[in-house]
Ligand binder design. Structure first.
Ligand code: TZP
Ligand code: MG
Length: 207
C-alpha cells in the first residue's frame, strides 16, 4: 500500500509537461503511488486533470492522492488527500471524505509528526529532508538523522520528501521511510518513465 516511490505531478516545475503526461509516464515506469499537486490551476482544470489521473491510476492498480484539495479528492474518488499544517484539519477532511479515504499530514519537525498520529492521520509527509528549490516556503531541512528519528518514534508510515533524487533515495529507504516522494527528480527528467524505474530500483537497494 503506502510503500516505495511516491510521484508528485507538478506541471509548473516541469518543462512543459501536463499532470496527465507526468502521471502516465510515472505509471509506465512502475510507480504505484501518484499525487497531483497544483497551487495555481483553476478549480476546473485541477478537477479535470485529477479525474483523468484517477482513471489512469485505477486502471494500473495504483493509489491516487490529491494535494491540499479535499473537495477535489472527494469529487474524483481519490484514495487519499495530503493536507498541510494550514489546510483543512484532519477531522474536517475526514468529515468530508468519510473513514475510508487516507489523509496524510505534511510535517516539518518531530513534534508535528507525533501530533499527526494523535490527530488520526493515516500517514506523515515529512520534509524537506534535503535542500530543495521546489517548495520555497518549506520548513528547515531536516536531514537523514531527523528523518530516522521520526520514522522510529512515529508509528504511522512516513512519506519522506524534499530534494530526494537518484543519489540519496537509498538512504531515505534505509532511514525507515515507507515512501520517498519526488517532484523534480521525475518531472524534470529527460525520460520520466526511465527515471521512475531507476528511482524504484535504487529505493529497493536501501531497504
Ligand atoms: N514539501 C516539502 S519539500 C517539497 C514539498 C512539496 C518539494 C519536493 O520537491 P522536490 O523537487 O522533490 O525536492
Ligand atoms: Mg498543502
Amino acid at each position: 500500500m503506502l510503500n516505495g516511490l511516491y510521484v508528485i505531478t507538478d506541471e509548473e516545475l516541469s518543462p512543459g509537461r501536463t499532470h496527465v503526461e507526468i502521471a502516465r509516464a510515472a505509471i509506465a515506469g512502475g510507480a504505484r503511488l501518484i499525487q497531483i499537486r497544483d497551487k495555481n490551476a483553476s478549480d476546473r482544470a485541477f478537477y479535470e486533470a485529477a479525474l483523468a489521473i484517477r482513471k489512469l491510476t485505477a486502471d494500473a492498480g495504483a493509489l491516487f492522492f490529491v494535494n491540499d484539495r479535499v473537495d477535489i479528492a472527494a469529487a474524483v474518488g481519490a484514495d487519499g488527500v495530503n493536507v498541510g499544517q494550514t489546510d483543512l484539519p484532519i477531522s474536517a477532511a475526514r468529515a468530508v471524505l468519510g473513514p475510508k479515504m487516507m489523509v496524510g499530514l505534511s510535517c516539518d519537525c518531530i513534534e508535528q509528526a507525533i501530533e499527526a498520529a494523535k490527530l488520526g492521520a493515516d500517514y506523515v509527509g515529512f520534509g524537506p529532508v534535503f535542500p530543495t528549490a521546489t517548495k520555497l516556503d518549506a520548513g528547515p531541512v531536516s536531514g537523514l538523522e531527523t528523518l530516522r528519528q521520526v520514522c522510529s518514534r512515529v508509528s504511522l508510515p512516513v512519506v519522506a520528501i524534499g530534494g530526494i533524487c537518484a543519489s540519496n533515495i537509498a538512504e531515505v529507504a534505509s532511514a525507515g521511510a515507507a515512501c520517498a516522494a519526488v517532484i523534480s527528480a521525475i518531472v524534470c527528467a529527460p525520460d520520466m518513465a526511465a527515471a521512475t524505474t531507476d528511482l524504484i530500483r535504487r529505493y529497493g537497494h536501501g531497504r
